[in-house]
Design a protein around this ligand. Structure first.
Ligand code: CP3
Length: 348
C-alpha cells in the first residue's frame, strides 16, 4: 500500500507542498495539562510507566495542535533502567543514575533479553496510541543512541562536556566499548519491540554526538547507528528511521549514506541553506527552528520559520525544532509556528 501519511511520504523522499510538522518534547511541561497529568502520576518516571497516563500525555498536544505526528511519551534513560541501572530524577536538575566506571559495573547489567520485563508498559503505550491516532497521523517511537545513553550511565547524570565518558573511553577502552556494544544490542531489541507494538517510524536521539570528534565520531556515532538501522531494516523492512546526531556539524554530511537512515534531523547550529545544500541533497531532513522562538515568539519567530520553510522547500523536509521545546515556552507560539509553516507553503 503506498504511504499516505505526510510524514511517511516525506521519509520516502517526496517533496511535499507543505512540510509535515511535529515538535521534539511536544508533550511536556510547557503545557498545563501535561503538568496536571504528571502530578496525577506522582512523578515523571511513574508517568512513563503508566500506559494510560503516558497515552494521555502523548495525545494532549495532538488535541491542541494539528501536528502530523505523535511521539511516544517515554525517555531515553528507561533502557539503562531496564538493563539494571538505578534511575531517578531530581526536580529542577535532571536525571541521576548509578554509575558504570569499570568491568564490575558492566557485569552487573542484566542481559539484553531481560529488558522487556521493565519496558512492557512502554510497548503497551505504543499499542494504545496505535489505536487512538487519526489515520493522517504518524506514530513515532524512539530510543537514545548508544553514545548519548552511555554518557549518562558513565557519569550518573547529564554533563556539559561528557567528560567522564570521554575519560573512560581513553582509560578503559575495553569496558567503554563493551558498554556501547551492550547498548547497541539493547537499542535494537527496544526499538524492534516498539515497532512490533505499532510504531510506524523510529528516531534515534544522539544528543551528545557533537562531542565526538574525528575517528571517535565514526566509531561511536556512525557505526552503532549503522548497526542498529541495518538490523531494524532486516527485521522490519519499510519502517523508516530518523537519526539525530545533534551538533554533528560537518559530520551531518554523508550521515544518511553512512548509517542507512531515511532522514537526518539537524539542530539549529547549522543554517537551513547549508542543510539544503549539504544534507537535503541526499534525502529527507528534519528541523531546525531554534526552540527559544517558542519562548520569545513575535515577528522573529515568523521570519525565521518562513526562512526555514523556503530554504528547505526544494526537497523532502519535516518541519521541527532544532532541539526540544523548553518548559518556559508559550503554547500560543507553537500555534503561531504551525500557522506560519502552512501559510508560507501555501502563499510561497
Ligand atoms: O519528545 C517527546 O515529547 C517524547 C518524549 C521524550 C522525553 N525525553 C520526555 C521527557 C523524549 C523523546 C526524550 C528524549 C531524551 N531524554 C533525550 C534526547 C533528546 C534531547 O533532549 O536531547 C535526553 C538527553 C533525555 C534525558 C532526559 N530526560 C533529561 C536530560 C531530562 C531532564 C532535563 C529536562 O528537560 O527536564 C529528562 C526529563 C524529561 N524527558 C522530561 C520529559 C517531558 C521532563 C520531565 C518532567 O516532566 O519533569
Amino acid at each position: 500500500m503506498p504511504a499516505q501519511k505526510t510524514i511517511l511520504r516525506a521519509l520516502a523522499g517526496e517533496t511535499l507542498p507543505t512540510p509535515p510538522i511535529w515538535m521534539m518534547r511536544q508533550a511536556g511541561r510547557y503545557l498545563p495539562e501535561y503538568r496536571a497529568t504528571r502530578a496525577q502520576a506522582g512523578d515523571f518516571l511513574s508517568l512513563c510507566y503508566n500506559s494510560d497516563l503516558a497515552t494521555e500525555v502523548t495525545l494532549q498536544p495532538m488535541r491542541r495542535y494539528n501536528f502530523d505526528a505523535a511521539i511516544l511519551f517515554a525517555d531515553i534513560l528507561l533502557l539503562p533502567q531496564a538493563l539494571g541501572a538505578d534511575l531517578w530524577f531530581v526536580t529542577g536538575e535532571g536525571p541521576r543514575l548509578s554509575t558504570i566506571t569499570d568491568r564490575t559495573g558492566l557485569d552487573r547489567l542484566k542481559p539484553v533479553e531481560d529488558i522487556h520485563e521493565t519496558l512492557n508498559p512502554i510497548y503497551q503505550t505504543v499499542r494504545n496510541l496505535s489505536g487512538a491516532l487519526s489515520k493522517e497521523t504518524t506514530l513515532i517511537g524512539f530510543a537514545g543512541a548508544p553514545w548519548t545513553v552511555a554518557t549518562y550511565m558513565i557519569a550518573g547524570r547529564g554533563t556539559p562536556d561528557q567528560g567522564p565518558a570521554h575519560a573512560l573511553k581513553a582509560e578503559n577502552k575495553e569496558v567503554f566499548e563493551a558498554l556501547i556494544e551492550r547498548l547497541t544490542e539493547g537499542t535494537i531489541e527496544y526499538l524492534s519491540a516498539q515497532i512490533d507494538a505499532g510504531a510506524e517510524v523510529v528516531k534515534l536521539f544522539d544528543s551528545w554526538a557533537g562531542s565526538l570528534k574525528g575517528e571517535d565520531f565514526d566509531a561511536y556515532a556512525v557505526a552503532p547507528a549503522q548497526r542498529i538501522i541495518s538490523e531494524l531494516k532486516a527485521r522490519h523492512p519499510g519502517v523508516p528511521v530518523i537519526a539525530f546526531p545533534r551538533e554533528a556539524g560537518d559530520n551531518y554530511i554523508g550521515f544518511r549514506a553512512r548509517t542507512g537512515a531515511d532522514c537526518v534531523a539537524v539542530d539549529d547550529s547549522v543554517s537551513a541553506a547549508w542543510v539544503a545544500e549539504n544534507v537535503q541533497k541526499d534525502g529527507c531532513v528534519q528541523g531546525n527552528l531554534k526552540s527559544s522562538h517558542m519562548v520569545t515568539g513575535g515577528d522573529a519567530l515568523v521570519q525565521e520559520t518562513r526562512a526555514i520553510v523556503k530554504a528547505l522547500a526544494n526537497g523532502p523536509h519535516i518541519f521541527n525544532l532544532g532541539h526540544g521545546i523548553t518548559p518556559d515556552a508559550d503554547p500560543d507560539n507553537v500555534q503561531l509556528m504551525i500557522d506560519t509553516v502552512r501559510e508560507t507553503a501555501r502563499d510561497g
